[in-house]
Every structure is written in C-alpha cells, then in structure tokens.
Design a protein around this ligand. Structure first.
Ligand SMILES: [Zn+2]
Ligand SMILES: [Zn+2]
Length: 256
C-alpha cells in the first residue's frame, strides 16, 4: 500500500519533469505511450473486412472480387490463401506498412528507440484480440546471434516480453532460433525470400520440452509481414516440433 503510494507519487514527480511525449513526433501528450492526434490520423490501422486466414485487408471495392472466395464455413479468404494455405494458421497486423508505420519501425529497430515498445505492444495487443485467450506461448521471430550482437536487442523479443506481461501468457525467446544468418530480405521477390529463409530456423528441443511446445498454440511476433516467407518458415519449424496452431501478429503488413 505504502509502496504503491510511493510509486504513484514518484510517477507524478517524473511526469512533472518529463511530460509524456508522442511516440511519433515527440510532441507533449496527455497520456504516456501514446501518439498525438496528428500522428494518429496518419496511421492506417487494419480492420475488417479482411482475409480470415492471413488478415489481408479487403478494400471496399474489392468486395465484388472476393464474393466467390467464401468458404463453406462462411469465412472469406484472399486469392493467395485460396490458392495455397500458408504454414501458419492465422496472421493479423495492426497497421498497413507505409511511410508512417515504417518510420516507427525503423526507429524502433535501428535507432535504439526501445521506449516505443509499450506503444507498439499495445497496438499488437489490440489487433490480437480473440487470439490471446487461447494461446499457450508467445515466441518472437529470432535474430541471428551475429545480428543480435550488432543491434544489442531483438525488437520482436521486446514486444513479446511486453505482451507476455499484458496477457499473462508466457514467452520464450530461445525456443526458436536462427541457425543461419539470412541476408536482408529487402528488395527480394517472393520466391527469393522463400529460398533465403527456408530452413533458416530451428527449435531447441530441450527448451521446447520446458515450454510444453508439443500440442500447444503459439503466437509468433514480428515487426512486418511482407510476403509471409519468414512467418511461414518459423511456423514450419514450430509445427515440426508438434505445435498445433500458429498465429502471427505483426506491427505492420505490406498491402499490395
Ligand atoms: Zn505526434
Ligand atoms: Zn489470405
């Protein structure tokens, strides 16, 4: 009780010295870990209608094109998922990947702006509504140890840890590893991406047993979903270890 009071007083004190700032432009905001109204207006959050599987957002004028894609269970799939279901079961992204969301992610990944973690995690939490209730474990897409040494932190690991705190679901940053240091996928087409990350991920068996991976439902966390090649390669590795269901939640996704 006394500690809680001291913490509150402490927080008020800190807020008075350092007022909360917008995660986008740095303008002073009323609440912590938020964005100002201008920055908010620039973000494109993804909402229904979207592909029941990969979460691809359908523009309203697309509705004519997807009419034939309805499955017997009433779910509507995008053309890609209709052609070939991905290795993951479900993917959802908070934002469309554009200049605005890219700016947040670049700062978060490469500019040591780890203070953006609570803001981005909140967006992930909201877009994963309905997924958290049934999940057993949160797993971040791993960095190769060489890249981790260079960057000093795995941005997806920070998000996974934060989401674990918010949801009460355990997370593990070691069960899924990158055995090969893949080159940057930027600028590569879908088939090159697939080739580059295929077989790049591996499960630590001891860790898998500790986590109870077998038969479990995993939420995979990454920053961006582009072609889904990385998410697919991770999902394949997880499923080979007995994972039953893989949901992928990313901050943003490319929409073409
Ligand atoms: Zn702002
Ligand atoms: Zn789809």
């Amino acid at each position: 009780m006394v500690m809680a009071l001291l913490r509150t007083v402490g927080r008020i004190g800190i807020d008075a010295i350092l007022p909360p700032r917008c995660g986008g432009c740095g303008a002073i905001t009323e609440t912590t870990h938020a964005v100002c109204a201008d920055c908010w207006a620039g973000l494109r959050f993804i909402s229904a209608p979207q592909c029941a599987c990969c979460g691809y957002p359908f523009e309203l004028d697309d509705s004519a094109n997807i009419n034939g894609n309805e499955q017997p269970d009433g779910q509507v799939l995008c053309g890609n998922c209709l052609q070939k279901k991905p290795d993951f079961d479900l993917a959802r992204a908070a934002l469309v990947y554009d200049d605005h969301s890219r700016d947040y992610l670049l700062r978060f990944k490469h500019a040591d702006r780890t203070d953006l973690t609570p803001l981005l995690a909140r967006w992930l939490y909201q877009c994963g509504k309905g997924i958290w209730d049934q999940a057993d474990l949160i797993v971040p897409v791993p960095l190769h140890r060489r890249r981790l040494l260079h960057r000093r932190y795995n941005q997806s690991g920070l998000l996974a840890a934060r989401l674990s705190k918010m949801t009460g679901i355990p997370w593990d940053g070691l069960v899924l590893g990158r055995k090969r240091n893949t080159r940057s996928l930027g600028g590569l087409g879908p088939s090159s991406r697939k080739r580059e990350v295929g077989g790049a991920f591996a499960i630590d068996d001891t860790r898998a047993q500790l986590c109870g991976l077998d038969g479990g439902r995993v939420v995979l966390i990454d920053d961006v979903l582009t072609t889904g090649a990385t998410a697919n390669a991770c999902a394949r590795a997880l499923k080979q270890s007995g994972v039953m269901h893989v949901s992928v939640i990313t901050v943003a996704r490319v929409v073409r």
